[in-house]
Structure formats: C-alpha cells, structure tokens
Design a protein around this ligand. Structure first.
Ligand code: DAT
Ligand code: MG
Length: 149
C-alpha cells in the first residue's frame, strides 16, 4: 500500500494543532506508520526542500522550518499521497477550500501549518530522508471495516 510523508510545521506544533491533524488522517482511515518530533538542522531543511533552492522564498522557508520542532509522520493507505494533499489543501491557505487543514487553520503561505509529499516518488525520497531508521509495519485490525477487500 502507498505511503506518504506528512510533517506538521513549527507553527502547527506551536498552535496546538498536532492532535487535530493526526485525528483527521486517522478518522479518514489512514494508518499511522511513523511518528516523531524533531528539530531539524538548517542543512537538513535545505535538503528536504532542495527542489525549491532557486526560489526567492527559499531562505525564509528554511528559517520557518528550523524555527521550532516539527512532527514528522508516515501515513499509509490507498491513494494516500494524492488524497493526503487534498486533505491538506492548496499551498496558499487563502486559496485552500474550507474543510481542508490549510483552509481551516492557516492564512499565509509562509505559515501554512503542514507539509505533504506531492507524488509517490517524492514520498519515497522524503520517507527515506526523515525515517532512515524505517517505520513500523503494524497492521490495523480495522482494515476490513475501512477497505472492501
Ligand atoms: P506545498 O507545500 O503545497 O507542496 P511547494 O512544495 O510548492 O508547496 O512549496 C513548499 C513550501 O514553500 C510551501 O508549503 C510554502 C512555501 N512556498 C511555496 N510557494 C511560495 C511562494 N510563492 N511564496 C512563499 N512561500 C512559498
Ligand atoms: Mg511541496
């Protein structure tokens, strides 16, 4: 089954949104396979966002990510990469639909609370970067109540 990397950014942690965000993914039916709170080094944040290194906002983005602890997670389920992005909402919170995490809890693009992998390939890369120790392989006993087969 597909896995995605989800990170609650420092503003999400500071604002007490960790429980709410985990709850949304859990209630949807996705399985939590990895979870840790980390304060990342500048070089690590730069590596995570390396594809954006030429962007004018890159410096501010890195400062934001290292400004406090983040909660790094791996979630698993059918189509979780794309659906996870839908649950999160558009990059700019002013364009994110109500009912999405960014639509409900954020206003500015530079304080948009949460990160989610944008493709299966980047999810694999990000999970390997953030969880080099690997993740848990537990199976939910609720599986038949969430999935038809
Ligand atoms: P997303 O986080 O929705 O995948 P992204 O990968 O394009 O968006 O960019 C990563 C983060 O960089 C994004 O969450 C917020 C910041 N960012 C993106 N575009 C920006 C812009 N035009 N101005 C300021 N920050 C921006
Ligand atoms: Mg992105």
């Amino acid at each position: 089954m597909e896995q995605t990397f989800i990170m609650i950014k420092p503003d999400g942690v500071q604002r007490g949104l960790v429980g709410e965000i985990i709850s949304r993914f859990e209630k949807k039916g996705y399985y939590l396979k990895g979870l840790k709170m980390v304060s990342v080094e500048r070089s690590f944040a730069e590596k995570h966002y390396e594809d954006l290194s030429a962007k004018p906002f890159f410096g501010g983005l890195v400062e934001y990510i290292i400004s406090g602890p983040v909660v790094a997670m791996v979630w698993e389920g059918k189509n979780v990469v794309a659906t996870g992005r839908t649950v999160i909402g558009a990059t700019n919170p002013l364009a994110s639909a109500p009912g999405t995490i960014r639509g409900d809890f954020a206003i500015e693009i530079g304080r948009n609370v949460i990160h989610g992998s944008d493709a299966v390939e980047s999810a694999k890369k990000e999970i390997a970067l953030w969880f080099p120790e690997g993740v848990s392989d537990w199976q939910s006993s609720l599986h038949p109540w969430v999935y038809e087969s």
